[in-house]
Design a protein around this ligand. Structure first.
Ligand SMILES: [Zn+2]
Length: 492
């Protein structure tokens, strides 16, 4: 029933569209141009910004660029007179982790792979037993010991996990393959994910992935003998093994960029228009740069253009009724961290935050739309409020005429994009959101995501759609009600 009403409402709105254009809105939307977008994005996605990775000098350049821009627009600086919501994140560096053997130290990321959490001031000497494929594990007491096991079943790993062993060493099934894939694994093993807390985890745990050759050295045996003893591990004598795990804590300072436009009679209510301005950076020596023109230089440029249009309107006496926060978050590529930080430390009360319009990738045309360029994926618009999609449709029919593609709203879609960008941290707090997206393409998260591939005419239309939707949301009498909370129980 509700669906039918919604549909009727859209049809009614559509039939009035020719007369219903708000000339004031059209005037400011027209300041959002392909030329302006190209000028801004060419700076944001230049090599000079080094791929804008969170906490790097390249990102700081992007922060400064945004800061100067918002200042020039005359928008309010809401954090003690600045445009920066600063915070620290932490990361464990596990490069000082090794096992000592006859032939020398076997080091994490070079010879072995370590996953776990511990921090010791000096080397640990550990009585260590070989358990082969673990078939006899049930009858053994390995509490507080080191356990060397051959990679076998998931069941065995679970048993080892529950055994109370102090450290577990897993022998690779294939040494050659282990050595080949080690450089790829090393990245994850050497640096933990960024986190908000200084302390990683409460429990100490140590799992080492090692080659058969290293295991043989640790046990003063040979690879062949270990192989032969897989089901009869008692034939290999226990040994004492020395190892060390040192956690080096890294602190990364970063910030969300924020600029505020105060509304008029409904100024306590805030609409958030967002993008993420971080990206995945460059390789170690700076020879390969991931410029992130589409991801999410395009969304950040969109937010800047929309901010400019609203700021211009305000200067000419056309302030929005509600306030608008322009938000460029950090740490998206590290796990939606900047938006999580904002949603946990909001500058304006969450209950007064009416909507979030989030733009993440609007500069490209995906392979599915090569013959239908004027499109955008609109995601999540009816998850929490039945009104929001209607308003979005109205804005599009009246002003921009794009093909709004809703395929990713299908709860069975395996991409699960609704959960994969910053708007989700607002949705989690019960704030109705819309996520604007052009879909993935061959250059996604690659050094080839560059400005020359951006289709600025389509990108400007998409940003205009966000602007018009924002204009309506900021000026209408009622905020969009949350009338569809049940959808949030969707099984993740
Ligand atoms: Zn992105």
């Amino acid at each position: 029933m509700k669906r039918l009403l919604t549909l009727l409402a859209v049809i009614c709105l559509a039939s009035f569209s020719a007369q219903a254009q708000d000339k004031t809105a059209v005037k400011y939307a027209s300041t959002i141009t392909p030329q302006d977008m190209k000028a801004k994005l060419s700076v944001l996605a230049s090599d000079d910004f080094q791929g804008r990775e969170t906490g790097t000098p390249g990102q700081e350049k992007a922060s400064k660029f945004l800061e100067d821009f918002y200042q020039k627009l005359g928008l309010q600086a809401p954090v003690d007179g600045t445009y920066r919501q600063k915070f620290s994140m932490f990361q464990s560096d596990w490069s000082d982790v090794y096992i000592k053997t006859k032939s020398g130290k076997k080091v994490n990321g070079k010879d072995i792979i370590f996953f776990g959490n511990a921090n010791m001031a000096k080397e640990l000497k550990l009585a260590t037993v070989f358990v082969g494929k673990g078939e006899t594990l049930d009858n053994m007491d390995v509490k507080g010991k080191g356990v060397i096991a051959m990679a076998s079943s998931r069941e065995m790993l679970e048993k080892l996990n529950a055994s109370g062993a102090k450290a577990v060493f897993i022998i690779s099934a294939d040494d050659e393959q282990f050595t080949q894939t080690l450089p790829r694994q090393a990245r994850r093993a050497l640096l933990s994910r960024l986190r908000f807390d200084k302390v990683a985890a409460a429990d100490e745990s140590m799992v080492f992935y090692i080659t058969k050759a290293i295991a043989a050295e640790m046990l003063n045996s040979s690879a062949d003998k270990l192989e032969a003893a897989a089901s009869n591990p008692a034939s290999i004598k226990p040994r004492s093994v020395s190892l060390k795990v040192t956690e080096k804590l890294k602190e990364l300072k970063t910030e969300n960029m924020v600029a505020f436009l105060e509304g008029t009679d409904l100024k306590d209510e805030v609409l958030v228009i967002s993008s993420h301005f971080d990206h995945i950076g460059q390789n170690e020596d700076g020879t390969v740069i991931n410029n992130g023109a589409d991801d999410d230089g395009s969304g950040t440029t969109g937010v800047m253009e929309i901010a400019e249009a609203f700021a211009q309107a305000a200067k000419e006496g056309n302030k929005p009724r509600r306030s608008i926060l322009f938000l460029n978050v950090t740490g998206e590529e590290k796990g939606l961290l900047g938006s999580e930080y904002y949603s946990e430390h909001p500058l304006y009360p969450i209950e007064k935050t009416v909507n979030n319009l989030n733009i993440d990738m609007i500069g490209r045309v995906d392979p599915d739309h090569e013959n239908d360029r004027d499109y955008v994926y609109v995601i999540g618009s009816e998850k929490l409020s039945s009104h929001l999609k209607v308003i979005s449709e109205y804005a599009n029919i009246t002003y921009t005429g794009l093909n709004l593609d809703y395929r990713y709203d299908d709860p069975n879609d395996t991409n699960r994009f609704y959960y994969r960008s910053d708007h989700y941290n607002f949705a989690k707090k019960g704030i109705p959101i819309i996520f604007y997206f052009n879909g993935v393409h061959a250059d996604y998260h690659r050094p080839t995501d560059t400005v020359d591939k951006i289709e600025f005419d389509v990108m400007a239309k998409r940003a205009q759609l966000v602007f018009h939707t924002a204009w309506i949301l900021a000026n209408r009498d009622q905020r969009t009600p949350v009338d569809r909370e049940d959808d949030m129980t969707y099984n993740r």
